[in-house]
Each structure stands twice: as C-alpha cells, then as structure tokens.
Design a binder for this molecule. Structure first.
Ligand SMILES: Cc1cc2nc3c(=O)[nH]c(=O)nc-3n(C[C@H](O)[C@H](O)[C@H](O)COP(=O)(O)OP(=O)(O)OC[C@H]3O[C@@H](n4cnc5c(N)ncnc54)[C@H](O)[C@@H]3O)c2cc1C
Length: 354
C-alpha cells in the first residue's frame, strides 16, 4: 500500500490531523491500537480561557479558543454529531479568600469572569457558603462522541488500521518511509504519552503527568454548566443521561498510571460535602498526560529525518491545542508555511541532531 502520510495514533491530535489532511485531499492511513485510558479517552474536554488561582489568560487564548470552537463545529457537522458545546464554569468559592481573589479579577476587568447574577440559582443542588462566579466562554469538546464517530468514518473508508505500531519495523528509505507493506512520504507521530520513548524524539523534554477522574451519575443535576469547587464537575455526552465527570489530579511523581485509592476517597469526600443530591460512582479513570517541561507542544518535522514528523506534547490542553496545531502542521506539510516558533519541534534542532 502507498499513501502520502502514515499517522500513528487517533487521539484528539491524530483525529484532527487526519481530518485536515482528508479535507486537503491527501492520502493517508492511521494506525491506532485502540488502547483504553488514553488521555483523549479519559479527558473532560474542557476548553477554558483562564487558568490557575490568578485566572491568568491561557496561552494564545483568543486565537486558539475561537479556532477550536469552529473546528469542532465543522467536524461535528460533517459527522452529524454535536462535537462541542458552550458550558460556562460556575465557580463556587470554597472560602472567603477565593471569593476575594475572584473579586480582584473583576476589578482588573478580566474579560472572562463575572459574578453569578442569581447567587442562589444552584442552591438546590450544591452547598456553597461563599457565593459563586461565572467564567465564560468555556467550551466542552465531546471527545466521547467525536473520537468513535471519526474512527468509524476512517474505518469505513479503509483509512484506519487497528494494530500496535512497532517502531522496530520502521525503515527510512531516503526521503520516504517503509512500514511493513506500507510506503509513505512521511510518518507523523500523534501517539501521546506512548511517544515518550520514541527513539527519534526521546530527547524532547517531556514531563508526563498523571491524571484521574471519576464518572458519576447525578440524577436531576442540570447539564448546562461545568461546576467548580476545588474540583471540576463536567456533564458528559453519554447515551445515559445525568453522567458527569469529576476530576482531576495532577501528579508528577508516580510509579504507574493506575487509579489510586487516595483519589477515589478524596473525590468521594468532596462530592459528599459539596452535593445536596445523591450520586452514584460509575467508573474510575486514570492515565498520563503528554505534558512537556516548557508547557508547549511539539509540532513539525524532525530536523535530521524530514520524513518523520510529530504532533504531540499537548499536556493539559490537548482539546484546545490539537485542532489549531493539526491545521498548522497540515499547512506546513502541504505548503511549507511556518509553524508558531515556540511550538515548532525545530526549536530542539540541537538536541535532536545529536
Ligand atoms: C484525567 C485527564 C483529564 C484531562 N482533561 C482535559 C481537559 O479537560 N481539557 C483538555 O484540553 N485536555 C485535558 N486533558 C489532556 C488531554 O487529554 C491531552 O492533552 C490529549 O488527549 C492528548 O491527545 P493526543 O491525541 O495527543 O494523545 P492520546 O490521547 O494519547 O492519543 C494517542 C493515540 O495513539 C495511540 N497509540 C499510542 N502508541 C501507539 C502505538 N505504538 N501503536 C498504535 N497506537 C498507538 C493511543 O492508543 C491513542 O489512541 C486531560 C488529561 C487527563 C489524563
């Protein structure tokens, strides 16, 4: 088989890269092993314009957030699904200090925050003594619907092979690559944390980070918003109504990617104190984020092997970053247009040349 591009991985990065290459009329094949607990399968899908206690505006917010909204709408329309919704965050202040902190952001005229107009609106569902604010616009990408829908489309078009990619069988033949019976102009790795040991890119400064979440059923809780009080509670677009995602931990020091008893107990404690209505635990998810030391992704072609490319290092923000950088990479592959310098993997030319 001969294709222009061989893509490894169909998480959110491989999904959007294959989507844009398809739109451009390029030929490609995606290889994905359909592993469980990949970050794209366990993420909440939140696309938030602010981050941290200081509610600092996220990197390239204006450009990346509006791009993500359009990109998910477009792919959703093509697949006849809703791939993104606006779900503003209702931020319940856990203590007076956090309320003060929020009011300070209001004084600074942070365009993404405001006080909830009706402070009692959620009083039937939650305990909150110190009031609430709203962060907007916040979006939720429905990866739980999007990833299988795109996978099905690729499968129907015979553009997806479900198997484990074995890098030992990859051969670079001049300016092309050969993998088993597949010949391609380029191979692009979108393999998330699976790519950390990739021999072509293992020198990159990855800093994998472990995350955990629970899926809980909460009958009667409105699915209009994401709710926050030390943890985030996000409505899921599952066939069953009333399913919510709650998380997540950020652990830098870990022995394995398995779910922990500590997270389970802590989250149950939070839910018991926060919710006024009953909930039922359905699932405990855990996995690694493909985070990087500089908190910027790795996008582009290898400086020594231009037949090998990468779209990885999405860290905690894959849902917003992946569509934007998948489009940049597609344009770079087709028209040699530049990639944002701070995301371009060529910034590691020196260490990748060693
Ligand atoms: C608990 C948790 C919550 C999160 N919440 C959010 C959030 O709300 N918002 C947000 O923006 N981000 C969130 N993230 C981060 C986000 O999930 C990641 O940034 C993003 O999913 C990375 O996507 P990816 O496609 O690059 O990698 P992946 O999702 O890892 O996809 C890689 C794909 O490649 C496949 N693969 C890997 N190796 C091989 C191989 N050898 N052969 C074949 N296939 C292979 C894998 O099976 C997988 O399908 C969260 C992460 C975690 C862990």
């Amino acid at each position: 088989m001969r294709v222009e591009y061989l893509i490894i991985g169909q998480g959110i990065s491989g999904t959007f890269l294959s989507y844009y290459l398809n739109k451009a009329g390029s030929s490609f094949l995606v290889i994905d092993n359909n592993a469980i607990n990949t970050p794209s399968k366990i993420a909440a899908g939140i696309i938030n314009p602010v981050t941290g206690r200081r509610m600092a505006t996220v990197w390239m917010a204006d450009e990346i957030l509006s791009f993500a909204w359009e990109a998910y709408r477009e792919i959703g329309n093509e697949l006849n699904i809703i791939a993104i919704s606006q779900k503003n965050i209702i931020d319940f202040f856990p203590n007076p200090f956090m309320r003060e902190n929020f009011l300070k952001r209001l004084e600074e005229k942070n365009e993404y925050v405001q006080l909830c107009t009706d402070q009692h609106q959620f009083g039937d569902y939650f305990n909150y003594e110190f009031g609430c604010g709203e962060i907007k616009p916040v979006y939720t990408a429905h990866l739980e619907t999007l990833l299988p829908a795109w996978r099905q489309k690729l499968t129907e078009r015979q553009q997806l092979q479900e198997e484990n990619f074995d890098i030992a069988q990859l051969k670079i033949t001049g300016v092309k690559i050969q993998y088993k019976d597949i010949e391609a102009d380029k191979i692009i790795f979108c393999d998330g944390p699976g790519g950390i040991n990739n021999p072509y890119f293992k020198q990159l400064p990855y800093a994998p980070n472990k995350g955990e979440a629970l899926v809980v059923e909460i009958p009667g809780l409105p699915d209009t918003n994401i709710f926050k009080k030390s943890m985030l509670l996000t409505p899921l677009q599952t066939p069953e109504a009333n399913f919510f995602w709650i998380g997540s931990a950020y652990t830098w020091d870990f022995d394995n990617a398995d779910p922990t008893k500590e997270f389970l107990e802590k989250t149950n404690q939070v839910l018991k104190e926060w919710l006024k209505i009953p909930y039922k635990m359905m699932e405990h998810r855990s996995g690694l984020r493909p985070a990087t030391l500089e908190r910027r992704p790795f996008v582009g072609l290898h400086p020594v092997h231009p037949a090998i490319g990468i779209l990885n290092g999405m860290g905690t923000k894959g849902c917003s970053l992946a569509p934007f950088f998948a489009k940049q990479l597609t344009d770079h592959l087709l028209f040699n247009t530049p990639i944002t310098a701070i995301a371009d993997v060529q910034r590691f030319r020196k260490i990748l040349t060693r």
